[in-house]
Ligand binder design. Structure first.
Ligand SMILES: Nc1nc2c(ncn2[C@@H]2O[C@H](COP(=O)(O)OP(=O)(O)O)[C@@H](O)[C@H]2O)c(=O)[nH]1
Ligand SMILES: [Mg+2]
Length: 241
């Protein structure tokens, strides 16, 4: 039984997922992967099933019916990680925006006790993003600044989706209270962990825009984040987070 689980939510990632499995599973022998696929019409789940025979016991697949959002996928993944006794639990996108080669340093920070949550950050050493149109960069940078000011979070990349979390953090979070589903989900995880007294540490990564497949970002995901930061802050102030 390995001690590290990398959770990867997927929706139409058939062109990326096979190569990503190879890259992640080659890193270290004590890493397992959990893919949460929301019934991708492009057959992502079939690619995973084929991959499972190549790496016996190291790839798990949860198949859900229809696209239900990133947040609920991760909550399901976190519950699986707790049930299966993983100690170090990582979040990662399937589209190679998160370079698998950065995973070991995130895991190391948590294993060595330097942080309870190690966050792969795009904004802690200037801006380390490749191939984003200026519009998207401004939106993301602005959203991060806004979320940071309102929540008071002591990190630059509040919406970062590449991280390693110690099991004890996930045990302490009341997973059924998590309400965000898009980018706000990442802000909410950071905020709840920080609010509970856990340490967050940013590790600089280079984020590259995907080359295969399409982004699932939508206006409603952005809208959710805009008002969610206020409700998180308010709830923490009145003690009902
Ligand atoms: N299971 C699941 N995965 C999703 C959903 N939406 C996005 N993803 C996955 O979440 C990750 C990030 O999404 P992406 O479209 O790359 O967003 P972007 O990087 O903000 O443009 C990718 O691995 C997607 O396949 C969803 O509703 N359900
Ligand atoms: Mg992406």
């Amino acid at each position: 039984m390995n001690d590290t689980l990398v959770i990867i939510p997927t929706y139409n990632e058939a062109h990326n997922i096979s190569r990503l499995m190879d890259a992640v599973l080659a890193l270290e022998p004590d890493i397992d992967v959990l893919v949460i696929d929301d019934g991708s019409p492009d057959g992502t789940a079939d690619v995973i099933k084929h991959k499972q025979t190549e790496y016996p016991g190291r790839i798990n697949l949860i198949q859900r019916n229809g696209k239900q959002g990133l947040g609920t996928a991760y909550v399901e993944g976190f519950k699986y990680a707790l049930d299966n006794d993983y100690l170090f639990i990582c979040e990662m996108d399937a589209d190679f925006s998160h370079d698998p080669r950065d995973l070991p340093s995130l895991i190391r920070e948590v294993k060595e006790g330097n942080a309870d949550v190690a966050i792969g950050s795009r904004y802690c050493k200037g801006i380390s993003i490749v191939n984003w149109p200026l519009r998207r960069l401004i939106l993301s940078y602005g959203a991060n600044l806004y979320a940071r000011i309102i929540t008071g979070l002591p990190i630059k990349d509040t919406t970062a989706g590449f991280k390693c979390i110690h099991r004890k953090v996930i045990e302490a979070l009341d997973l059924d209270r998590i309400i965000s589903n898009g980018y706000a989900f990442q802000i909410e995880i950071h905020f709840r962990a920080w609010n509970a007294g856990f340490t967050l540490k940013e590790v600089s990564i280079i984020f590259r825009e995907r080359e295969e497949g399409v982004s699932k970002m939508s206006k409603s995901i952005v809208r959710e984040a805009v008002w969610r930061v206020w409700s998180l802050k308010f709830k923490s102030l009145v003690g009902s987070l």
